[in-house]
Ligand binder design. Structure first.
Ligand code: KPL
Length: 305
């Protein structure tokens, strides 16, 4: 791949895809004075309508990233099952010391990603509770103020502050943590409890507050806590269940990402959510029947529809 010797400036970010979180990040980066370009399968300019938390809307133009300029900084907020493929496609276009920030629901193995990168390239993981949705293809609405946790999965260097500052502008406030797995297991518990059930019931998150779901949500959450604890991430089941119900209440009008995926006939993140829990449990010889049932039911829906 012949890249020109020019690389992006420190204030330029590439965002992969046109998902809600990526478009939210792109709009907020632009607002903060960064240049945000999009990396899309079809490299068109996007005229984005961005509605912020105060319900004020503005229009922003997001241009496609040119393929002759080495990419220095890139946010990869794609679905768990697309991350490896997205990074593999970016690799020929990356600067030798490029910084990649990945962000997705669920947990996937990190080693295949690391194997794609060169020694000076940096890999980060960002976990966010910022809430955004797309009422139309090119309209993103910031629906809930969340926060983000970020960690660098490769060796640190002096340039890290620029990545942290940019991610604070994009999806902040950002907490920098040395081990992000406690946060990721907590988010995994939330996603395992909410996403498949809302997809199966075809309902908004808030419906799960009804008593008929209590036993199932409690079983799903307790199983995640057992697996996490066995892996060295102790999680209190009662506190975790409380967090799950807080998210159900805070996002009661939202349709979960898995409900939306199933309704649109798309692949879901179930393998990176309940599938990951089942796979880890099998290695630990723990039984996780509630998660196994969700995995089976969602896989059956996606393979038969
Ligand atoms: O992360 C989510 C998702 O839909 O994927 C929750 C927290 C469940 C909000 O809908």
């Amino acid at each position: 791949m012949a890249l020109s010797s020019s690389t992006q400036s420190a204030l330029s970010w590439v965002i992969v895809g046109r998902g809600a979180i990526g478009l939210l990040a792109a709009a907020r980066l632009q607002q903060a004075g960064y240049t945000a370009t999009l990396w899309l399968k079809q490299p068109d300019a996007v005229q984005l309508k961005f509605t912020d938390l105060k319900q004020q809307s503005q229009h922003r133009i997001l241009r496609p990233q040119p393929t002759d300029t080495a990419i220095q900084r890139v946010l990869v907020p794609v679905k768990a099952y697309d991350v490896l493929n997205a990074v593999a496609q970016l690799v020929p276009f990356l600067a030798n010391d490029a910084q990649l920030v990945i962000s997705h629901n669920g947990i996937i193995p990190i080693e295949p990603l690391l194997a794609l990168l060169r020694p000076a390239q940096g890999l980060w993981f960002l976990s966010t509770s910022q809430a955004a949705y797309k009422p139309a293809a090119h309209h993103v609405v910031h629906t809930g103020e969340g926060k983000s946790y970020i960690t660098k999965l490769t060796a640190s260097d002096s340039d890290d502050n620029q990545t942290i500052a940019a991610m604070s502008a994009a999806l902040g406030p950002v907490n920098v943590v040395s081990d992000i797995y406690p946060m990721r297991w907590l988010k995994l518990a939330v996603n395992a409890a909410i996403n498949p059930l809302t997809a199966i019931e075809n309902c908004q998150n808030g419906q799960l507050a009804q008593p008929q779901y209590r036993a199932q949500i409690s079983a799903l959450t307790t199983e995640v806590c057992q697996v996490a604890a066995a892996l060295g991430y102790p999680m209190d089941p009662a506190n975790t269940l409380q967090t799950v119900y807080q998210v159900i209440s805070a996002t009661s009008d939202n349709f979960s990402s898995m409900q939306q995926d199933i309704q649109a006939g798309r692949q879901t993140e179930i393998v990176a959510i309940c599938g990951y829990i089942c796979q880890q449990a099998a290695q630990l010889q723990l039984a996780v029947p509630a998660n196994q049932q969700m995995l089976n039911q969602i896989l059956a829906k996606t393979t038969t529809s």
